[in-house]
Design a protein around this ligand. Structure first.
Ligand SMILES: NC(=O)c1ccc[n+]([C@@H]2O[C@H](COP(=O)([O-])OP(=O)(O)OC[C@H]3O[C@@H](n4cnc5c(N)ncnc54)[C@H](OP(=O)(O)O)[C@@H]3O)[C@@H](O)[C@H]2O)c1
Length: 340
């Protein structure tokens, strides 16, 4: 940890990623975390990025950043297929890791990542900014508190239009595809609501000419009774919505990552069995998801597991197993059973 007067957690970023800019600006006002350095495979790019974002340190390789003793933790926003390798290397270097979603593209990778974190005595978590938001915490409280009875069905969707052919999301060798990018959100929301991983999944996809899934829908069956459906697409208008339906009520939400003060997140609750509602608005504070997530990550390191609001290691392993199974089902056309 930082021994100078400034006790903020010192975060180093692997890769001059687009999302790293949003992360840096999100945490800029934090009193507990700060971004201290950025590493790129190209030192000029690292310097330009550092200048543009006000970050102090710039490195021309990821290895150099991991070797810096003045870095406490790593934020990993590399392409999805590099999450496992570089998060494990960060753990080996004794750094705590906040890794972008999806933590891994297979369940096996996710398990290996958590094993590395345990071996090296560091904290590793998957970043889902929406999970640190008051609306997600409230949704979890409502569901687990029985506000809508036993959850029977849920539908969660996320999509937008992506046309940039050079984007990593359309590159099959980098872990691209609508599921691994957008589908991670509805899959993780389903895991949050279900409290367990699905036992069986079945998926259909439309494929982009690059080979990645461009639009995908999947059904998931859970031992506890929940039947869930998710959809994700790079070929639709921007949308992000979820409907969670139980034996005694329903919740609808936009479960956003970030909620500008002038656009509060939608979280609505209908109690009872009547057909036409009403849905009552649940007031939840608006905030930047990256800041909330990074501050929760800092509390997790300093104070322990009860202070982390995001996905637990079990949840992240389940999410990775589910994503892997859904993709296998979409490719094979067969339902896939996920081992207990
Ligand atoms: N939580 C969220 O709200 C959110 C939003 C968007 C994205 N994400 C996640 O963040 C990650 C990055 O997304 P992004 O849109 O920011 O990606 P991006 O702009 O393409 O950045 C990825 C970075 O990875 C580095 N990299 C290393 N090897 C690479 C390779 N072979 N090809 C391309 N880049 C390579 C590059 O940095 P250098 O060239 O500097 O080394 C590049 O800038 C993804 O995992 C995505 O799922 C999360």
């Amino acid at each position: 940890m930082n021994t100078s007067q400034d006790t903020r957690l010192r975060i180093g970023i692997l890769g001059a990623a687009n999302i790293a800019r949003a992360f840096i600006s999100g945490v800029a006002a934090s009193a507990t975390v700060r971004v201290s350095a950025i590493a790129s495979r190209d030192i000029d790019k690292a310097r330009r990025f550092a200048n543009a974002t006000g970050v102090q340190g710039a490195y021309g390789s990821y290895e150099q950043l991991l070797a810096d003793p003045a870095i406490d933790a790593i934020y990993n926003p590399l392409p999805n297929v590099l999450h496992a390798e570089w998060s494990i290397r960060a753990c080996e270097a004794g750094k705590h890791v906040l890794c972008e979603k999806p933590l891994a593209v297979t369940g096996g990778e996710a398990r290996a990542m958590f094993a590395a974190a345990r071996r090296h005595g560091v904290v590793l978590v998957e970043g889902f900014p929406y999970r640190a938001q008051p609306h997600a915490l409230k949704l979890k409280e409502l569901v687990t508190g029985g506000a809508i009875g036993r959850v029977q069905t849920m539908h969660a969707a996320f999509g937008f239009t992506l046309t940039d052919e050079a984007n990593i999301r359309l590159n099959p060798t980098l872990g691209g595809g609508a599921l691994m990018d957008l589908g991670t959100y509805p899959v993780s929301l389903t895991r949050l609501v279900a409290g367990e991983r699905p036992t069986r999944v079945q998926a259909l996809a439309r494929w982009h000419r690059s080979g990645v899934d461009q639009t995908l829908v999947a059904s998931m069956e859970h031992a506890g009774g929940l039947l869930a459906q998710i959809s994700c697409s790079f070929a639709t208008t921007a949308h992000r919505q979820a409907l969670v339906v139980g034996t005694a009520g329903a919740i609808q939400t936009t479960y956003p990552n970030h909620a500008p003060v002038d656009r509060a997140p939608v979280l609505q609750l209908k109690r009872g069995l009547a057909f036409d509602g009403p849905y009552e608005d649940i007031a939840v504070q608006a905030c930047d998801g990256f800041r909330a997530e990074a501050e929760s990550f800092e509390r997790l390191i300093r104070l322990g597991p009860g202070h982390w609001t995001g996905a637990s290691s079990d949840e992240s392993v389940d999410i990775a197993l589910t994503l892997e199974a859904i993709l296998e089902s979409a490719r094979s056309g067969q339902p896939i059973t996920i081992a207990a």
